[in-house]
Design a protein around this ligand. Structure first.
Ligand code: ZN
Length: 147
């Protein structure tokens, strides 16, 4: 669901390829051309080998819930009407400890658990003229769910 009051991320030169890919419905993560290590958030130098030979590449968009918390506070702008909602760390299948901070739209404290399969889903956020698309994750039993 589009929420125009929700804060949009500040895009930098380093993070722009991530957001450009998301706009195309693709989850792309920075990867090292020398050692193959995925870096997220994106860095100036590979955290595995310090190489600067870095480029973004599409990933599967599949992973597990590594951790999550239930937000009850209404202090985050744009989320006041969403409480309670889940904020999570998702570990992507491509690499151990390749973690993304995300929401788990549609999930509740009762429906989510550590280790649960998730898949990426894309949501337009912020002012519509910015055209920002936010990759988030949904529980696998909701991914492509038949209603
Ligand atoms: Zn490397």
């Amino acid at each position: 669901m589009t929420n125009p009051d929700r804060a949009a991320p500040a895009i930098t030169e380093l993070t722009r390829p991530f957001w450009d890919a998301a706009r195309q419905g693709v989850l792309a993560i920075q990867r090292c051309g020398d050692c193959g290590h995925f870096n997220h958030p994106p860095r100036e130098a590979c955290e595995g080998c310090l190489s600067a030979k870095l480029a973004f590449e599409p990933v599967s968009g599949l992973g597990i819930v590594w951790s999550f918390t239930v937000m009850h506070q209404k202090s985050v702008a744009g989320f006041e009407a969403s409480v309670p909602y889940l904020t999570a760390l998702v570990e992507l299948d491509e690499q151990p400890m390749l973690l993304l901070v995300t929401n788990l739209p549609g999930a509740s404290a009762e429906s989510a658990h550590i280790g649960q399969r998730v898949s990426v889903a894309f949501e337009p956020i912020g002012p519509l003229e910015d055209g920002l698309i936010l990759p988030q994750f949904v529980l696998a039993d909701r991914a492509g769910a038949r209603s």
